[in-house]
Design a binder for this molecule. Structure first.
Ligand code: C2E
Ligand code: CA
Ligand code: CA
Length: 731
């Protein structure tokens, strides 16, 4: 029932069978400020109650039919009737009828004869008391609801008597049966998680001696219940220095705690592999650096990634890529767990997968927080490489990969997490470039050469627009006819800032940065333009050879580019030869066959450069539409003295013959090499013996001189030497 405001006139229902009684009651209540409705019997009273919902009911006990007790009992069961104050008017002031009135649910009773002057006051007090009770009931209910929703309970403890009072919600939160009576503080503590009990006890005793307000979070384990997280807050009531009572609230924060744990996990762990992420790893490294510093010890940081991971991801799909990363994380953890290398760490008995991290992509790090010698780190790296190099089967695919590992050691290679990580990363980069060594210790010079790379890269970006690139040409000789059959265009870079750089110094960088694309296009266009000029002059060479990088070759629009350049320069396609390396064919054979077919359809020639350095077998080569093999100069060098090199050169020549391929040997520097190759029926040669690569102007002079000569073919080779050695050498 709602509380009434001062101005409102409360509504009173009077149930009495006697008309004059009702009349008198109504008169007096009306004067006292009440509105009155009347009913002449029980049934009518109940009906009217439902219709009007009065604030209070006056009920005569003695009525024909349904008497007052019965009517009151019915009223209590009817909607809205539970809390309405009911004043019973008893005729007899005997104990029995008073008892009957209360057990029927009456709030109070009044005996006849009624003192009409006081009736108004009586009713008013009754209303006031019942509204106070109603408010109490409501607020208790609200409090209980709030506590239930907040999963919060209340308790208090009387210090003098060591008596505990606990709200029902507390029982529910800690999961103990409500009939288990908790009376003492020790009992109260018994459901606190045993590992937290000491702490909670101390907290309590502090709170109960110092007073004030404090809080604590601890675990609880109820009998049979699962572990939950409880937050307690307590406030002391003191008299002087003495604490009399403690009031406490207790809240179940398990969900909050779990959410926090999840957030922590998201913030500090990699969701794919479950390993710590960069953030957590950094904290751990920093901690380890501190410890190592204090004890004057060494530690190491390993940085690794998977070679060709991007390729696996691109060809087999991201799902397999993800699975490979997961498997890598697992294998790394196993590697660390079975560590017998770093003995001290084993005795630490910690979960060493904590010392791993995935920084992102295929980059992983390993922290070896205590090592005796830096070689220990090398041994771990070796074992990681051995483990990760084992093939794994992922959804039916057998996947092969190897890691590259870089190692930085504290304190030699840095004393912050950042520096150690950066240097280990750089060492890994070197490991990757030098495929023989899959792991690499960091050293100072790496930074210097990294700086150098950066300078070279910056200059390389501007090289074309600054006109710093040129092509030089090295003639190729047909040893049977004695004629210059062609020439190879080779790139030179004369940098304003860095001086002359060898292609070997800048081509790999150009490939990594993608700059090889515009540079390669420039080379192709310049070479074709030049060749066209010479052929228009009537110089009788067959072709010009241009080197093609793997990065260019993999570009989708490489073939269209070649077609476009041929059209623009007007050079006939048959006069162009593209030199591609064996490794291009081996990386993605199907793709290579397709591209080569497109190029062959244009009418250009294809030569395999540096042949013999890869591992192509004869049958393997058969699928590629190629015209020429170029024996690598490494085999030519000792061809007349080293039996193995000689055997390889002979095999290549024989093999090419059987496949109808032409063979050219590069790097021919002396007569012995020439004679050997000639003897074995190698078609062509190229090398310093004939000429170093020369400028276009020198080449022009040279081609001109050739054209007007008319040598006896047997002597031509020697004749060329004379001609060429008179031409200025170009490095
Ligand atoms: P490569 O294609 O194997 O070129 C042959 C290299 O051997 C050239 O080095 C040439 O000067 C050198 N050489 C020629 N005759 C002899 C000899 O008798 N003895 C010795 N020891 N060496 C000889 P270069 O010009 O320094 O080029 C090095 C590499 O750079 C080339 O090897 C090629 O892979 C690459 N390269 C050069 N120009 C280009 C280009 O325009 N594009 C691309 N993608 N790569 C190029
Ligand atoms: Ca070449
Ligand atoms: Ca070569």
């Amino acid at each position: 029932m709602d509380a009434l405001s001062a101005e409102e006139r409360p509504l009173v229902l009077v149930v009495d069978d006697e008309d004059y009684m009702r009349f008198l009651v109504e008169e007096s209540l009306d004067q006292a400020g009440f509105d009155v409705i009347e009913a002449a019997n029980g049934e009518e009273g109940l009906k009217l109650f439902q219709e009007r919902r009065p604030n209070v009911v006056l009920m005569d006990v003695m009525m024909p039919g349904m008497d007052g007790f019965e009517t009151c009992a019915e009223l209590r069961k009817s909607p809205g009737g539970v809390h309405v104050p009911v004043l019973m008017i008893t005729g007899l002031e005997d104990v029995d009828s008073i008892n009957s009135a209360y057990s029927a649910g009456a709030t109070d009773f009044i005996a006849k004869p009624i003192n009409y002057e006081l009736l108004g006051h009586r009713v008013r007090y009754l209303l006031r008391a019942s509204s106070a009770i109603n408010q109490l009931i409501n607020s208790e209910r609200r409090l209980a609801d709030a506590q239930r929703i907040a999963r919060m309970g209340y308790w208090d403890w009387d210090a003098e008597q060591d008596a505990v009072h606990i709200s029902p919600q507390v029982y529910r939160i800690i999961g103990i049966p409500e009939d288990e009576v908790i009376t003492s503080f020790d009992q109260f503590l018994s459901w606190v998680h045993e590992n937290d009990r000491m702490q909670v006890r101390e907290w309590f005793s502090e709170a109960s001696t110092l007073g004030g307000q404090t809080s604590i979070t601890h675990r609880s384990n109820a009998p049979g219940g699962s572990e939950s997280y409880i937050r307690q807050q307590v406030e002391a009531v003191c008299e002087g220095d003495k604490v009399l009572q403690l009031y406490g609230t207790l809240q179940d924060i398990t969900e909050l705690h779990e959410a926090e744990a999840r957030i922590h996990k998201l913030a500090y762990f990699d969701s794919l592999t479950g390993l710590p992420n960069r953030e957590l790893f950094k904290e751990r490294v920093e901690f380890s650096v501190d410890v190592a510093c204090r004890h004057g010890r060494q530690m190491a940081l390993l940085f690794l990634d998977l070679n060709k991971f991007k390729r696996i991801n691109d060809t087999l799909g991201h799902r397999i890529g993800d699975l490979l990363l997961i498997s890598t994380a697992k294998r790394l953890s196993q590697c660390m767990r079975s560590s017998d290398v770093v003995t001290r760490e084993q005795s630490m008995n910690s979960d060493r997968s904590e010392n791993l991290a995935r920084l992102g992509g295929d980059e992983f790090t390993v922290l070896l927080s205590e090592i005796d010698r830096s070689e220990d780190a090398g041994r771990v790296a070796k074992r990681i490489i051995d483990t990760l190099s084992q093939p794994v089967v992922l959804e039916g695919h057998e996947v092969f990969t190897t890691p590259s590992v870089g190692i930085a050691v504290y304190p030699a290679d840095g004393d912050t997490a950042e520096e150690l990580t950066k240097n280990a990363d750089m060492a890994m980069y070197y490991a990757k470039r030098n495929s023989k060594n899959l792991y690499q210790f960091y050293n100072q010079s790496m930074n210097e050469s990294a700086l150098r790379r950066l300078t070279v890269e910056n200059n390389l970006r501007k090289a074309l627009e600054r006109d710093e690139m040129t092509l030089v040409y090295q003639p190729q000789l047909n040893v049977l006819t004695g004629q210059v059959s062609g020439m190879e265009a080779l790139l030179r870079w004369d940098s304003a800032e860095l001086g002359n750089l060898s292609p070997e110094d800048f081509i790999p960088l150009a490939e990594e940065t993608g700059l090889i694309i515009p540079i390669g296009e420039w080379v192709l266009r310049t070479a074709c333009t030049q060749a066209k000029i010479w052929r228009d002059k009537g110089y009788g060479f067959e072709r010009i050879a241009v080197n093609v990088s793997a990065v260019q070759f993999a570009e989708n629009d490489f073939t269209p580019l070649v077609r476009k350049v041929l059209e623009e320069t007007g050079l006939e396609p048959g006069a162009l030869e593209l030199e591609v390396t064996e490794s291009i064919l081996m990386q993605d054979a199907d793709q290579a066959v397709e591209t080569l077919n497109h190029l062959k359809n244009l009418g250009v020639n294809i030569a395999i450069d540096d042949f013999g350095t890869g591992y192509s077998s004869l049958s393997y080569l058969k699928q590629f539409p190629i015209d020429r093999l170029k024996i690598d100069k490494a085999f030519v060098r000792d061809v007349d003295s080293d039996a193995d090199d000689a055997a390889i050169a002979m095999a290549v020549i024989a093999m090419a013959g059987s496949m109808n391929l032409k063979v050219i040997a590069e790097g021919v520097e002396n007569d012995e090499q020439l004679n050997f190759l000639k003897d074995k029926r190698c078609d062509e040669i190229q090398g310093f013996l004939l000429s170093k690569p020369i400028s276009s102007a020198d080449m022009d002079t040279y081609l001109h001189s050739l054209d007007v000569s008319n040598w006896d073919s047997a002597k031509i080779v020697e004749g060329h030497f004379e001609k060429l050695s008179s031409v200025n050498e170009v490095k």
